[in-house]
Design a protein around this ligand. Structure first.
Ligand code: NAP
Length: 318
């Protein structure tokens, strides 16, 4: 099979297209012919070697994908060869993958393979942020601080489906239009000088009950100012340091939660998979693919995923 492999950590140029042996479906596994693979920002951090947990070299980057079941291993009865599926955690930038059956789910006919490849990390993270960490409740206000990218679009759709008032931010007009199209009730520009003032006006000076934060090193102090009494700030993305005044959390009994998708317990992972499967099947969750690259152009995709002006997901096509 064809696979992108990293033989040494470094810049995008270390992403190399290799011919490697086909994997086989072991007991409890499903062999999937990957038609689209999701590109997540974390793939670039790992590739550069600057990440807390690094794989052994050489490795195949990526986690999310979608395709067609080619074979099932012993004990797998839930899925059949020929079925369209999305794969969480155990796919990658390769044309074939053998994944644990629990991470492989039917892909509804209305969704493309690209959309299926946009589910795992972005929707899993947004779900964990909104429900497991933020404990968002219907009727509450949700600020998706950075709503135009993979996690943000997922969070907007999840918040709307959950009956929350959703405020999303984007840095470009195109991105903000996309956020509005996903059902956000209010859309703000995180590059404008007065958008935090606008948020307080929109919420009648209450602030947001849950804040899902995509760039905490820029926004954490703003979030402390914007969060409502008893509110929850969830740090999803962060690319540096910031000075904050913790006093702002005290008067409001506000809390700040860190989140790593990889810390989800098996029970939490199972609940995420069940919720996302239901949302994809009933049409409330519709991943948005902004750009597609051929597998061989993984390096260009890694550059694109770090550029400003996010528009949903970037996927690779093996
Ligand atoms: P993405 O698709 O590249 O989107 C990045 C988002 O951040 C865009 O909406 C972008 O908006 C926004 N942004 C840029 N500048 C901002 C600012 N000043 N204030 C608020 N938002 C701003 O990335 P993603 O896949 O959605 O991931 C988002 C972040 O979460 C990344 O840092 C990623 O590494 C992290 N993440 C963490 C976990 C975890 O387990 N903790 C899991 C998944 C992702 P514009 O481009 O429109 O300006």
């Amino acid at each position: 099979m064809k696979a992108i492999r990293v033989h040494k950590f470094g810049g995008p140029e270390v992403l190399q297209l290799d011919d490697v042996a086909d994997p086989k479906a072991g007991p409890g596994q499903v062999l999937v012919e990957i038609k689209a693979a999701g590109v997540n920002p974390v793939d670039t951090y790992v590739r550069s070697g600057n990440y807390a947990i690094l794989p052994q070299l050489p490795y195949v980057p990526g986690a999310d994908g979608a395709g067609v079941v080619k074979a099932v291993g012993d004990g797998v009865t839930r899925l059949r060869p020929g079925e369209r599926v999305w794969v969480a955690r155990q796919a990658g930038y390769a044309s074939l993958v053998a994944a644990e059956a629990a991470m492989v789910h039917p892909l509804p006919a209305a969704l493309s393979f690209g959309q299926g490849a946009a589910v795992g990390v972005p929707y899993g993270t947004a779900y964990r942020g909104l429900h497991h960490k933020g404990h968002g409740q219907p009727g509450e206000t949700l600020l998706v601080h950075g709503a135009s990218g993979g996690v943000g679009i997922a969070a907007v759709q999840l918040g709307v489906a959950h009956g929350m008032t959703v405020i999303g931010t984007g840095g470009t007009e195109r991105g903000r239009k996309l956020v509005a199209e996903q059902g956000a009730h209010h859309v703000l520009d995180h590059t404008s000088a007065d958008y935090t003032k606008r948020l307080m006006e929109i919420t009648g000076n209450r602030g947001a009950d849950v804040i899902l934060e995509m760039l905490a090193n820029v926004n954490l102090q703003k979030d402390i100012d914007l969060v409502a009494r008893f509110g929850r700030i969830v740090v999803i993305g962060n690319r540096g340091t910031i000075e904050i005044n913790p006093r702002g959390t005290m008067g409001k009994d506000a809390s700040i939660h860190g989140l790593s998708l990889w810390n989800a317990t098996p029970a939490e992972v199972a609940s995420i998979m069940a919720a996302l499967s239901a949302g994809l099947a009933n049409g409330t969750l519709k991943p948005v693919v902004g750009r597609e690259f051929p597998l061989a152009q993984a390096a260009a995709a890694h550059q694109a995923v770090l550029e400003p002006g996010a528009y949903g997901k970037i996927v690779l096509l093996p």
